[in-house]
Write a protein that binds this ligand. Sequence first.
Ligand code: ACO
Length: 322
Amino acid sequence: MKDIEIVASAKSIPSKIVTNEELSNLMDTSDEWIQKRTGIKKRHISTIKNTSDLASDVAMQLLNKTATQASEIDLIIVATMSPDNMTPATAAMVQGAIGARRAIAFDISAACSGFSYAIAIAHDLMVSNNLKKAIVIGSEVLSKMLNWHDRTTAVLFGDGAGGVLLNASAHQHLLAHELQTFGELGNKLIAGHTKVEKDFTANDHVFSTFEMDGREVYRFATHKVPDSIKLAIAKAKLNLNQIDYYLLHQANVRIIKSVARNLKQPLTKFPVNIDEYGNTAAASEAILLAECMKKNLFKKGDIISLSGFGGGLTAATIIYKF
Ligand code: ACO
């Protein structure tokens, strides 16, 4: 075995849609502000399904699409920052739900870079251990972690899941991966903080909601994402013009435009779906990838750059050849 290949992709999106207008009834914001500053028109919000339910739905679709038996799966990785529980891992819940008894299953926490991190980890584990099949999913129900009265965060995020089935391949598809962490900037984006009380019996078991220094994260993204892409492309011994499509984490359409300008690449190479879903953290790249594949956007031989950035802070890029 030499490498891995993406053989199928799928997404699971909650049916409930919340528009910008609806949010303007809940807090001091407007459709105009949200669209102009972010490109978001609406988001899908889960009112019943939790993170593992969306992820299990994606996993089942991947098995059905490829006529794969659950017992053939060797590895399941779920990237999420909104797991159902601290333990069991969301991936373990997916493994149980689909009956993939042989699979090793664990979550990774790298926020909005999670899907790219998970693909890289799956690749390295599969190649070094000769694994045949893996499911990699990004799944989030961020709505349960938001303060719905804080306009600086609540308008930005949405729920959903996406994922891929990876098979072992004799041909090289994953040309490079570049993963980075900037822990000194961790306090720029925090969610789910837990406190330790001096009086241990007074622990209130409360997790904090999202807090983000939007301007700092914006600055980080517009500087570090182009760096991450350039480093990954150099590792793959390619140049920027040889990349057919740049799939970026969907956090803000202004960030996508800024990265395109920085790389001197046409915006037509940057698929966008943030208008429909908002920022779905680890699910964002996976949902975008699934939608592009469904539209048959990528032809055999096309090379894509898949980049995430966010909490940690983290940045990650995968260079993949179809
Ligand atoms: N509606 C109306 N006004 C608002 C809203 C809102 N929802 N939110 C903020 N404002 C106001 C602010 O109070 C401020 O008012 P002031 O000028 O009177 O002080 C004004 O709008 C401008 O605020 P900024 O924060 O400067 O707005 P900015 O243009 O930076 O946009 C945003 C904010 C969208 C958050 C942007 O900074 C951004 O996209 N940051 C990056 C986020 C990101 O990439 N996250 C990825 C990681 S997410 C993850 O890992 C989970």
